[in-house]
Ligand binder design. Structure first.
Ligand code: GDP
Ligand code: MG
Length: 816
């Protein structure tokens, strides 16, 4: 409970003082420290200030200030079962419980992309990690809890940002998170091999006046290059505790946690050695630890800017704006105003009585600064920050001889070169798919065989009955098709993780970016689109790497047009039956047609639906790294597990549903309905009129319906309906014959063949384009967080498929 919530006469013990360093310092000087008992003397509803008795004095606090003090009330304490509570005085009990409550530390990870935040997070979280839901912006918040020596440390992995300007949604999000959630400690994760750039973000955290602990990650690489960093000295200079870490291998985790605890308890910097660091003191003498001095460094921005900051701070601190300085550092706000930061201006507008005065002053001061430096004020401030960083590093960092950057540059000259970039890229992608399917064939075969043996065995062992049929044809087959995809998916994810972790993926993004821009996307969409050729479901999941929500959703909408491998058997069947002499060409054209429709749709959507073009972004080219096998295995397994968890059930349910629809209603003697009379058959006949203009008969319509559950079921359904089972060796020759021989039994076309080459083409077009399988739709729903988008996908793809099939059928009929 917060102190401001207590009413007259109520008593509480202080557990924690939230907020920035300067605020905590002021309030602790007044006696509001952990473990102290406070009694409310006078709290008039909605009125500020509130009067309290503490340490034998009466003190008044503003309501906003009291709102930042966490207390434990007598009632709350009474609910806790404490040993010895009967003999101890209530104050003692309260004090002890407060101590326990005060040992919960809320920690947020902040840092540039690719610095290893998630790796560190996963190392610390171990098995406890769980993935949170989407928050307002485009990010997936990961939360976890770690226990250490009686402390409970809550971790949150925030999205990566280069800066805390109001430039991208991620930056605004991270900034708001810090101001509003007020984490007790921020862990600034930096790439120790790239401090010049990483410390820029740190300067902004310093401006914000929040408690920071720095994880000097990739410390292994720093050492490998022979660089020497005196991090103890750097830590003292920045007044930030430092912990060298290796996120990929879990080195330095305990030291990092200890640094967090020490920072939280204000017990000063832990000895920044790897190896044996001092154990944290128990939250010992309460009043003493909480009152520890807080000294905070400032970055010096030069006389003109500093004067402007001081002038703005004076206005921001005006007594009219009582609540503002508790939540935001006035220095931070002043600097942001001078950087022409829109979010800061909004905060001032919303919370300051003298907003007009402040904004006018900011404008005048900006003009002064710009006149003096002949530069944008943002640039002046950024230059000062870089100067600060360069200065701090010059004294503490010695570069070794090996220059990894030049090696990276050499590789980059090759793989991003104009002539060879694309060929190399295509070769690697081709290699990836080839290896995925070549290596995946064996385990997939074993699984299919195992499933078949199991279902045959069961069918033989069980007396023929409806439940047995459900088990064999519904459940086991469904589970089998889930598992059959797993080897391919794991392999694909393994290769993708390898490309990501080694740094090559960033180059792929780089070289495809221009291409993707043409359809309103950027390079990051390329990989999910390519993955769509394998299976749409993991492809849709892979859109998570796209930070911009609009682009992520746009990419998801286009993925279904990438012809997934489950559609291939259907093409093979139809092409084999009707175009045996041009099979390769037709197949290639099918894939190209899918890509063409995706491009056209992308143009259409980005023109009319998604106007937001997204910010231009830095396409950073991180240095190449040798991925560690452990990390690769974890990434792969994590993604594969997600596929199983999230889609396994859907596919299983769909398979059981199809079984039900094709079995019922039962015949008079209780046997299953013939296919055409089952509910599925009836449904097929019901939709048939809509498909008749495309030349599809009832059997085709039924088969297409079953394809909604999973595209590969179309072939087996056709086999059942045309009474030509697919043979044991997978040959569909007899089914091909049956398709060619099929005549319309009645109606205006009676006696004419059902399937003509134009109809077969229309059919292929329809299968290529019509709605993706249930699992893909569910994945879109989940990843976009929008039911509307999922519904739109279904409607859009169906309409496009119909129109395309219609056009194909007419054009082909006219030409042939
Ligand atoms: P994030 O974008 O900040 O979340 O970074 P990730 O956790 O995704 O890590 C980016 C890459 O750096 C991954 O390939 C990691 O395996 C790798 N990585 C993370 N920490 C370390 C480290 O300490 N040393 C080395 N050599 N690689 C690391
Ligand atoms: Mg991450």
């Amino acid at each position: 409970m917060r102190l401001s919530d207590l009413s007259n006469g109520e008593k509480g013990v202080i557990c924690k003082v939230l907020g920035r360093g300067a605020f905590r310092k002021r309030i602790t000087e007044m006696g509001f420290v952990k473990g102290q008992v406070v009694t409310v003397v006078k709290n008039a509803p909605l009125k500020s200030p509130i009067e309290y008795a503490i340490m034998g004095y009466n003190v008044s606090l503003r309501r906003s200030e009291a709102g930042m003090v966490e207390v434990l009330t007598e009632e709350e304490a009474a609910q806790l079962d404490l040993a010895g509570a009967t003999t101890a005085t209530i104050d003692e009990v309260l004090m002890r419980t407060a101590q326990a409550a005060g040992s919960v530390i809320n920690v947020a990870f902040v840092g540039n992309p690719n610095t290893g935040k998630t790796s560190l997070f996963n190392q610390l979280a171990g098995a406890h990690e769980h993935v949170g839901n989407y928050s307002g912006v485009t990010v997936e918040l990961k939360k976890a809890q770690v226990k250490l020596d009686g402390y409970t440390i809550n971790l949150v992995d925030l999205p990566g940002t280069y800066s805390l300007t109001a430039y991208s949604p991620e930056e605004v999000y991270v900034r708001r998170y810090i101001a509003e959630e007020m984490p007790d400690v921020i862990v600034n994760v930096v790439d120790a091999t790239n401090l010049e750039r990483n410390l820029y973000l740190t300067t902004q955290l310093i401006d914000m006046d929040v408690k920071v602990v720095m994880a000097l990650n990739m410390y292994d690489e720093l050492e490998a290059h022979g660089d020497r960093l005196d991090h103890a000295a750097l830590g003292r200079m920045l007044d930030i505790p430092m912990a060298p870490t290796v996120g990929a291998r879990g080195r330095g985790m305990r030291e990092l946690l200890l640094a967090i605890v020490h920072s939280y308890e204000d017990t000063g910097l832990p000895r920044p050695t790897r190896g044996a660091a001092a154990p944290p003191r128990r939250p010992a003498p309460l009043a003493a630890t909480a009152g520890a001095p807080h000294h905070h460094i400032h970055i010096y921005y030069g006389a003109a800017v500093e004067e402007a900051i001081a002038a703005l701070q004076l206005l921001l601190r005006s007594p009219q704006n009582s609540a503002l300085p508790d939540r935001y550092s006035t220095r931070f706000l002043a600097i942001k105003l001078l950087e022409k930061d829109a979010v800061a201006a909004d905060i001032v507008q919303a919370e300051c009585a003298n907003a007009a005065d402040i904004l006018a002053t900011a404008k005048r001061r900006i003009a002064d600064v710009e006149a003096e430096f002949k530069e944008d004020s943002e640039t002046v401030i950024a230059d000062a920050k870089y100067g600060f960083v360069a200065g701090a590093l010059r004294e503490t960092l010695r570069h070794g001889r090996e220059d990894r950057h030049s090696r990276t540059r050499k590789i980059d000259n090759l793989v991003t070169s104009r002539a060879l970039g694309f060929p190399i890229f295509l070769l690697l992608m081709w290699g990836m798919f080839y290896a995925t399917f070549a290596l995946g064939r064996y385990p997939t075969e074993w699984i299919s065989r195992g499933v078949e043996l199991l279902s045959r065995g069961l069918a033989a062992a069980l007396p023929p009955s409806l439940p047995a049929d459900l088990l064999v044809s519904g459940v086991i087959n469904g589970a089998g098709s889930v598992l059959a995809f797993l080897p391919n998916i794991l392999l694909l994810f393994f290769f993708i993780s390898y490309f990501e972790d080694s740094g090559y993926m960033a180059r792929a993004v780089f070289i495809t970016d221009k291409l993707m821009h043409a359809i309103g996307l950027h390079g990051k969409s390329f990989i999910p689109l390519i993955m769509g050729f394998g299976c749409n479901v993991p492809a849709i999941m892979a859109t998570r790497t796209i930070e911009n929500r609009t682009q992520r959703r746009l990419t998801m909408l286009l993925i279904p047009f990438m012809s997934c491998s489950a559609r291939l058997p259907v093409y093979v069947l139809l092409i084999g039956a009707f175009f045996p002499r041009h099979a390769g060409t037709v197949l290639f054209a099918v894939y190209l047609a899918g890509i063409a429709i995706a491009i056209l749709s992308g143009l259409l959507f980005s023109k009319f639906l998604f106007k937001d073009k997204g910010q231009p972004f830095v396409m950073e080219l991180p240095p190449y790294r040798r991925p560690s096998f452990g990390t690769l295995a974890r990434h792969t397994w994590h993604k594969g597990g997600q596929y199983l968890r999230k889609n396994g059930l859907t596919i299983l349910v769909a398979s059981v549903a199809i079984w039900g629809l094709s079995t019922f209603p039962l015949q008079p003697h209780g046997e299953r309905a013939p296919y055409e009379q089952s509910y599925l058959g009836q449904l097929g006949h019901a939709v048939q009129p809509a498909l008749a203009p495309l030349g599809f008969d009832g059997k085709m319509s039924i088969s297409l319906l079953t394809g909604v559950a999973a595209k590969e079921t179309v072939v087996s359904t056709l086999g059942v309906l045309y009474r030509a089972e697919v043979e044991d060796d997978g040959s569909t020759a007899r089914l091909e014959q049956r398709l060619r021989a099929e005549r319309h039994p009645s109606g205006p076309h009676r006696g004419q063949p059902v399937f003509t080459p134009p109809t077969a083409l229309a059919c292929i077009a329809f299968i290529l384009l019509y709605l993706p399988c249930v699992a893909a739709v569910v994945a879109i729903r989940r990843e976009s967080g929008s039911r509307l988008i999922a519904a739109f996908t279904v409607a859009y793809t169906t309409v496009v498929a119909w129109l395309a099939a219609f056009a194909v059928q007419r054009v082909a009929a006219a030409l042939m």
